[in-house]
Ligand binder design. Structure first.
Ligand code: SAH
Length: 338
């Protein structure tokens, strides 16, 4: 048995072909799934076929295990329970332009970044396409509101789960699937070059965000194990190639940690590397995770000024849901530890 949300429209077409059904049945079924019609209620599909569908598929949405709402800004954090009892977190943020959801791509994470809570207990498993879109569908159902933006910045490294993430993206951009425009979707990676290349080959104008967090390899290696195999030069080259192919500018994420990567000298070095790139830097004061002990920087604005003086576009990420531990991985860890 397969979760019907794990399949793309192409998968369903293949299925219908094997079942000796016309192709348009796949489109019919696909629309019904995302309109939340139960298989037994799909009355424009024959009873026999409905019977077969019910034998072959189940319809699963992540269950809300815990829901926290920020009193400060209305940010909602969900701890979702999957069918096998594993947990994944999502966060819904309210912006002027609508609701944005941050989803997880894996249960836990194997990347080992020094400041991150998601990786503390290692990688448990990949999330399936339907478990990723399910976070969005379940949140939308719970809130009774449209969600207009998706960021893959929850737990996990999307490009260590590329096949499932790409199937999810197909369903996200399909107008009869989640129907969210590619320009409203951002995938964030710690810097896996094959994944960046594959995303540009996918052909959708999806946004790419890259977690840089350091101006040079020496500092980056202290924070991110991936830096031992991918140098900053190679990574920036990969991002330039992505921009060339897709026309989408890359955003670099830079989490500022006190005394680690937040000096004016660091800002200058970073500016020199990214000069004339037209790229954008998103500065994030490190979210303190007690097990990791890396402190947030007090020099965020100073750092930003140096970047701007050197012609680099920078913004400070607005912090949301600071009263509900909105940093990725924190809820699942609390739950594991209990
Ligand atoms: N694996 C992907 C996506 C998940 S993390 C990636 O590395 O990009 C989403 C973003 O949050 C990344 O930029 C990550 O480095 C950052 N992040 C993780 N823990 C953090 C913390 N404690 N404080 C600030 N940013 C953090």
């Amino acid at each position: 048995m397969i979760n019907i949300y794990d399949l793309t429209l192409d998968d369903l077409k293949e299925y219908m072909k094997d079942a000796g059904e016309p192709k348009y049945r796949a489109e019919q079924l696909y629309r019904h799934i995302y309109e939340d019609v139960a298989i037994e209620d799909m009355t424009d599909i024959s009873k026999t076929l409905r019977g077969k569908l019910s034998d072959d598929f189940y319809v699963f949405l992540p269950q809300i295990e815990k829901k926290l709402i920020s009193k400060i800004d209305g940010t909602v954090k969900y701890l979702f329970k999957m069918r096998d009892g594993e947990y994944a977190e999502s966060v819904v943020m309210k912006y002027k332009h609508g609701l944005s959801i941050c989803v997880s791509s894996q249960v836990g994470c194997a990347m080992g970044c020094a400041f991150c809570a998601s990786t503390l207990h290692g990688l448990k498993r990949n999330l399936t396409p339907g478990e990723i879109s399910g976070q969005i569908i379940a949140a939308k159902k719970d809130l009774g509101q449209r969600i207009s933006n998706i960021v893959m910045m929850g737990s996990g490294e999307p490009f260590q789960n590329t096949e499932n993430v790409f199937a999810f993206l197909e369903n996200a951009v399909n107008p009869h699937g989640l129907g969210i425009g590619a320009r409203h979707i951002t995938v964030s990676t710690c810097g896996i070059l094959e994944g960046i290349r594959a995303l540009s080959d996918l052909g959708y104008p999806i946004n790419l965000s890259v977690s840089l967090h350091a101006p040079n390899d020496e500092i980056r290696k202290k924070l991110m194990p991936i830096a031992k195999s991918v140098s900053i030069d190679k990574l920036i080259d990969g991002c330039r190639a992505f921009f060339k192919k897709t026309g989408r500018r890359v955003t670099y994420e830079y989490a500022l940690a006190e005394g680690v990567n937040d000096s004016e000298e660091n800002a200058k070095e970073l500016s020199d590397r990214l000069k004339n790139d037209g790229s954008h830097i998103n500065l994030i004061p490190v979210n303190y995770v007690k097990e990791r002990g890396i402190k947030r920087s007090n020099s965020v604005l100073k750092f930003k000024n140096v970047l701007e003086k050197n012609g680099i576009n920078a913004t400070v990420r607005r912090e949301m849901g600071s009263d509900i531990n909105a940093a990725c991985g924190q809820l699942r860890n609390e739950n594991l530890e209990r």
